[in-house]
Design a protein. Sequence first.
Length: 427
Amino acid sequence: MKQIPYWLDTAPALPDRSGKDLPDEADVVVIGGGLTGLSTAYHAARRGARVVLVEKDKVGSGASGRNGSMCTQGITIGVAEARKRFGQERARELYDSFREAVDVVEELTQKEQIDCDFNRSGRLGVAYKPQHFEGMRATQRDLAENFDHHTTLLTKRELRAELGSDYYHGALLDPLSAALHVGKYVHGLAEATERAGAEIHERNAATGLTRLPDGGFLVETLHGTIRAKQVMAATDAYTDKALPWFRKRLINVGSFITVTEPLGEERARELIPGARLVVDSKNIGHYIRLTPDHRLAFGGRARFAPSNPASDLKSGDVLKREMAEIFPQLANVRIDYVWGGMVGFSWDRLPHAGEVDGLYYSMGYCGHGVQMATYMGRAIAEMMDGKPDANPLRGLGFPKVPVPFYNGTAWFLPFGGAYYKAKDRLR
C-alpha cells in the first residue's frame, strides 16, 4: 500500500524546478505552488507581468494534489444560508461565481490542451437520513426558482440505478459538476504557466516578507531575496509562520483518502454506473468517485488529527470499514493507496480573497478548492492589474481582528468532531 496521493503517483513525471537562481526583482511574486498560485501566476504572466512563483516543496504537493479530484458546483454554506446572510441578490452572485469556477477549469484545460480526464460526470448529493432527503427536495425548488440551476431529485429506489448501495435515502443530482485527474491538471497548469512566461522555483520557501516605503515588498526565501511590486499569498492550509496574519484566521482540517486496487470496468460500473461524483450529507461525511483506471476513491474526515504516516494509516483503517458499510461487496478489496492532507477552512465556511496591507491573498476554500482556486487565481491576477471588481468574494475578506486564543493550531477539532459524529449516529 502506497502512502502517497494516487493523483500525483499516476500523473506524468514533473521536471525538477529547484536550484535555479532567483532574479533580483519581479512585477509579481506568488508564494505557493498549488492551484491558486499557479492560476495566479499563469493569468498574471499572460497579462504581461514578470512573475516569479516560489514553492517550498513541489507544485501540487499540498492540498492541490491531495484532494478528491472533484469540480463540484454549489456554494459551501448552501443557498438558504447564503440568502439569510447576504440577501437574495448577493447570494445569487456568489452562487454564480461557484458555478462559473467549474467553467473556468474546463476552459483552461481546453485552451492549454491539458489532458486531465475532465468530464462533466455530475454530482450525487446523497441523503444519509430521510430528513436530509426532504431538505434536498426544498433545495431543488430553491435552486430552480431563485438560482436558475436545475437538478434532479432521486428517491431511494431511483438512486439504486446510480449507486450500487442501499445505504442512502435518495439524492440530488447536479448534472454539471465535473471529475478530473487533479495530478495531471496541476502538472499541465504548471507547464502552461511556464509557457506564459512565469518562473517557477521549487524547494525554495518564502521565509519573510517586508513592506517597502514605495509600496512594494522584499520577499526573503531560502535561496535569496527578491524585490516585488506585488505579492500574492496562495498558501491556504499550508500557510506557515512566514505569513502569521493568515495562520490566525484559518482552521486547518485533516482529510484522508483511500483508493482500492483496480476493480475492472464492469465491477466499477456496478458501484457507480454513471461515474458520478458522490458526496454524502453527513456532518462528518464522505466523498466517493471512480478513478480513470476503475478503482474506487473513498475519502472523508476519518480522524480529527493532522496528516502524518501513522495518522494516515489509522485513518485508512477507518475509511475501509466505512467503505464496507456503504459497499459491502468491497469488504475484501485490497487498498492500494492511502494518504492525508490539510484542508483550509474559514470560520464562516466561505472562501476569502482580497488585499490586506498591500498583500493579495485567496484562501479558505472549505473543500471546494479545485475549481475555486483556479477561478480565484484568475480574479486576483485581474485585481493586481487594476480591476478590483473582478473579485467575486469582495466584501468577504478575513476579519482584521483574529479569533481570541487562536494561534493557528486547531486544538478544539477533536471535541467538535466528537460532537458532529454523535449527531450523525442519531438517526
